[in-house]
Design a protein around this ligand. Sequence first.
Ligand code: ADP
Ligand code: MG
Length: 590
Amino acid sequence: MLDRIHGNVYDHHMPIMVLDQTVASQIAAGEVVERPASVVKELVENSLDAGSTRIEVETRGGGIELIRVGDDGSGIGRNELILAFDRYATSKLSDIDDLQSIATFGFRGEALPSITVVARVDVVTFAVGETGGEALTLDQGQVIERRPVARSQGTTVTVRGLFRTVPARLKFLKSTATENSHIARVVSQYALAFPEVSFSLTIDGRKVATTPGGRRLIDGVVAVYGADIAARMLVLDGAEATGGEITVTGMVSPPELTRANRDYLNFFVNRRAIGSRLLAWSVEQAYHGMLMTGRHPVAIIDITLPPSEIDVNVHPTKAEVKFRNERAVFAAVQKAVRSRLTDLPPATNWQPRVLPIPGSSERRAGYALGRRAASSLAVPLWPTPPPSKTAAATPQEPLVSLPALRVIGQTAASYIVAEGPDGVYLIDQHAAHERILFEQISQQRAERKLEVQGLLKPASLEVTPAQDEILKTDHARLAEFGFTIEPFGERNYLVRAIPALLVGENWCETLWELLDSGGSGSAADWTERATIILACHGAVRAGKALSDDEMRQLIRDLESTELARTCPHGRPTVLHISSWQLEREFRRLP
Ligand code: ADP
Ligand code: MG
């Protein structure tokens, strides 16, 4: 039925009909239950609403086979057990005015009924004040069985065979590893928002994360991001609160602790995890001038404000909120973060810190390792662009290759100034080196000749639960790139070898970035992304003084690349000011 909607409507006339109950409820369920992680989110929120102090989450097969959330909360009373699975049945809201002051996660009464129409659900619960526990089994919205059982106070909901009856939905799911990492991220977020609750997450029988439930945010950060990040985070103590209505607490990373994507930005409004591009933007504004482009901070931002100041009822998944006074909220967040950052001693503010290499003390010689032996492949093109009417010093037409160049010097410790057959060339040393490494890595990988460096002393690598899920499955393809990694305890690994071009670099960062970019997309996409990341991390930085020899070698290597004019991210490597442009600018032309 659903499939036919996308068919050619002119082939057969379809009369208007009211959808039958099952189809209608399956469509509605899709709004709440998008993927396995949504089920985890709804069940965890119910456990939190029930005042639990311990929440155990277990999943199998990316959440498709099994999702189980157990808690020690208030439980569901016997009389209410069946009712809880009715649509719009909720104990958290009675009239529309209550919507003004929602203090619980739930209030729409949609989660449990939505889950039961797309899966088989078992609930076991024992409520305060009851004489015994109760078990209920439902399948696709129908009650199958109900019986008394023994259990301690609380509720356990088990969801099996998710989307078994909705193949259209099943088709949209990503790999098990990706679904697992979404699940890990949901649980991580709540662990950060509720440090006083003890969470545990078990995926396919492996304990992935546990938090002590000791009230301290730092314990949550240790559990989710590891001890190293936790130790470096800066605390926002709420002292910057403006007007008394909005309080901003949490933790932010110092400017030198960054990540390659925004997955490490966590926002909670009255402890509800929300996504907000505007909030992300206001946090990054607070770091203005402190971050390298493409890098993002780690942040846990707790915003507390009167419930009447927000509307959480904008989307069935409640992943967004509307603020009554948006500007005031963004200003408060930005101010809290900015003032914490400007408190730092100035020296640590601006320089991206290059960490010492764990497990190895070798520095690499020169700017590049594994450079190509000969650049005889280079075919100088000697471009002579026709004099154009456009302004001087604008980048030229993107020509693919590069003429032979003579190095004149370096400027701003970032650009090589060179002379060519037709004018002056400015080469961005980092972008150029990225291009060179990108092509070298691609070729060496294809020929299985990628240079690998064994570490004298294996180094330990700590990963987040979400990264852990990716690492489990990306293990083999990371090995193709020269990383030898072995499991070593909970979310810890031993790294025995790394690609040679990363010797002397902070390759832990490289690995984290590779893991953060894993999961989605085709294998070819991943390989290309990974090659770009490796090239970027291995490339000489802007700001590094280069010797004449190093500059000459870099240019020779660039000449021999196939796409010399752009780095793998698409930025130009070379700016060209032609002789004609020079003459025109100096008014030598008639
Ligand atoms: P909502 O959370 O929006 O009220 P749900 O469908 O998620 O709707 O849950 C329906 C009702 O079932 C809740 O209002 C609550 O009374 C009860 N309930 C669900 N899960 C739990 C739980 N883990 N502990 C106690 N009560 C629960
Ligand atoms: Mg709910």
